[in-house]
Design a protein. Structure first.
Length: 444
C-alpha cells in the first residue's frame, strides 16, 4: 500500500555505517530484515514481561502487538516509525482486577474501554490539537498521576521478589549492570537490551537452582494460534483503568516529539493518528485477551543508534513478532520465567514508571515551594502508594482511580483559590525527547 524507495547512503563515523534513512525510505531488503529483527529483540524484554506480570499468555500479547504495530503504520501513513509493545501503565488495574472477583474477563474489558477512550482522544486531538489536554493535565497533575501508577505497584514487585530473593537480586543487579556499564561507546546497544539480558541471566540462575518447570514445553505444538479470551462486561472496574489513559497519551505524544527531534521533521500533525492507532490496537487486544499497547522507547534507542527511521523496518518487526506468536512452544517457554526473575525486573521497572512522573516535574520546572503544587502531589502520592480503597455497593475503587480523580479535581479547585501562575499551569506533554526517554534509561 505504501511505496518505499531505496536510498543511496555514504558511510558515516559513529552512525553504524549509514546516513539518516527517513521513514519513507528503506535500505536493501537484507539490511531491512536484519534491522527489523534487531527491533524485535529490543522490544521483546519489556513486551513479554507485562503478560507474565499480570498472568496473561505471552503469545497472545505478542500476537496483538504485531497487529497493533501494523495498524499504527497504516493509520500514520508510514510517516511515524514505531513498534507498539505491551504497556506497563495498566499493570496495576489489571492485577487488582484479576486478583479480585472480577477475574481476567473483567480486566480485559477494562483494557478494551481504555483503548476506546484513547482512540476518542486521538480523534479529538487530530481535529483540535492538544491544548485542551494541557489545560486539564498540567505538569504537576501529569507527573503525579504517572508517579502514583508506578509506585502503586511496589507491593506487587516485592511479592514476586520475596518468593526467590537471590534470583530476584541477581536479575536486578544484572539489569543495572548491563544498563550502566555499556551505556557509552560502540557497545551502547547492549544497554538498550539490558532488561532482556538481565532477565536471561536471572533465568539461567533460576534453571540452575531448580526453579524452572519445563514439563509443558514438550507437549506444546510448534505452530498454532495463541490462547484467546473474551471480555466480561464489568462497569465497576472502569475507574481503575481509565486514569492510565493519561500515561498512554504522554507516551504517544512523547514518541512523536522524539521522532521529530531525531529526524528533523515536524510530525505533530500525526499526534492524533498515533493516539487513534494505539487506542484501536488496545481495543483489539481487549477483544482477544492481550495487554494494552503503547509506543516503545526501546525502539527509539535502536533508531538513535542506527539512524534508520524507515517504517519498512517495523513492518519486518511486526511480521517477525507474528511468526513467534504463532509458535505455542515458544509461548510456553516464555511462560516458564519464574517469580524471582519477574520480581527482580519489576523492582526496577515499576520504580522507573514512578520516577518518570518525578522527571515530568523536574523538566517542566514545577515549583514545589508553592503550596498548591506540593499539596496536589502530596495527597495524590499518598493515596496511590497506600492504595486507598473504597467499596460502594458492588463497585470497589482503588488507589489509582481515587488518586487520579483527586489529583485532577484538587488541582482545579486550588487553582481557583491560588490563581494562575506559570509554574502551576504550563503544558506537560509538549516536551521533546528528554521526557519520553526517562523510560529508556535501562532500555525500558
Amino acid at each position: 500500500m505504501f511505496k518505499y524507495k531505496k536510498v543511496k547512503f555514504s558511510v558515516k563515523t559513529g552512525d553504524g555505517g549509514v546516513s539518516v534513512v527517513s521513514p519513507e525510505e528503506r535500505l536493501g531488503w537484507g539490511k531491512t530484515v536484519a534491522l527489523g529483527l534487531q527491533h524485535i529483540v529490543a522490544m521483546f524484554g519489556a513486551t513479554f514481561l507485562v503478560p507474565l506480570l499480570i498472568g496473561f499468555p505471552p503469545a497472545t500479547t505478542l500476537f496483538f502487538t504485531s497487529i497493533s504495530t501494523a495498524l499504527f503504520l497504516l493509520i500514520c501513513a508510514g510517516k511515524v516509525p514505531s513498534y507498539l509493545g505491551s504497556s506497563f501503565a495498566l499493570i496495576a488495574p489489571v492485577t487488582a482486577t484479576v486478583s479480585s472477583s472480577g477475574g481476567q474477563g473483567s480486566a480485559i474489558f477494562g483494557i478494551l474501554c481504555t483503548g476506546l477512550l484513547l482512540a476518542l482522544v486521538g480523534v479529538i486531538v487530530h481535529w483540535v490539537g492538544v491544548k485542551w489536554i494541557n489545560i486539564l493535565m498540567p505538569p504537576v497533575v501529569c507527573g503525579s498521576i504517572v508517579a502514583l501508577i508506578g509506585f502503586n505497584l511496589a507491593p506487587s514487585a516485592w511479592s514476586n521478589f520475596d518468593k526467590a530473593p537471590i534470583t530476584a537480586l541477581i536479575t536486578l543487579l544484572s539489569i543495572i549492570f548491563f544498563g550502566a556499564v555499556f551505556r557509552r561507546g560502540k557497545l551502547a546497544i547492549i544497554s538498550r537490551l539490558s532488561i532482556l539480558l538481565g532477565v536471561v541471566v536471572g533465568y539461567i540462575y533460576a534453571v540452575s537452582a531448580g526453579q524452572v518447570d519445563f514439563s509443558k514445553i514438550d507437549d506444546a505444538k510448534w505452530f498454532g494460534l495463541p490462547e484467546f479470551a473474551a471480555p466480561t462486561v464489568n462497569l465497576g472496574v472502569l475507574l481503575m483503568f481509565l486514569p492510565a489513559v493519561f500515561v498512554l497519551i504522554a507516551e504517544n505524544i512523547g514518541h512523536i516529539k522524539s521522532i521529530s527531534t531525531m529526524t528533523g521533521k515536524n510530525l505533530d500533525k500525526y499526534s492524533g493518528r498515533a493516539l487513534l492507532a494505539d487506542g484501536l490496537g488496545t481495543v483489539l487486544a481487549g477483544l482477544g485477551g492481550g495487554s494494552a499497547t503503547t509506543t516503545y522507547a526501546e525502539n527509539i534507542g535502536v533508531m538513535a543508534a542506527t539512524k534508520v527511521y524507515s517504517t519498512a523496518v517495523y513492518w519486518v518487526a511486526a511480521i517477525g513478532a507474528m511468526i513467534l506468536a504463532l509458535c505455542p512452544k515458544f509461548g510456553i517457554l516464555i511462560s516458564t520465567v519464574p517469580p524471582g526473575v519477574l520480581g527482580g525486573a519489576a523492582t526496577l521497572l515499576y520504580g522507573m514508571i514512578g520516577m518518570l512522573g518525578v522527571r515530568i516535574w523536574v523538566e517542566n520546572k514545577v515549583n514545589f515551594a508553592r503550596m498548591e503544587n506540593i499539596t496536589v502531589a502530596a495527597v495524590t502520592l499518598v493515596i496511590g502508594i497506600a492504595d486507598f480503597t473504597f467499596t460502594i455497593g458492588d463497585i470497589t475503587v482503588g488507589g489509582i482511580a481515587i488518586g487520579s480523580l483527586v489529583c485532577i479535581i484538587l488541582f482545579h479547585i486550588l487553582k481557583v483559590f491560588y490563581g494562575s501562575n506559570k509554574d502551576f499551569d504550563k503544558p506537560s506533554i509538549t516536551q521533546g525527547q528528554e521526557s519520553y526517554e526517562a523510560y529508556d534509561a535501562y532500555g525500558a
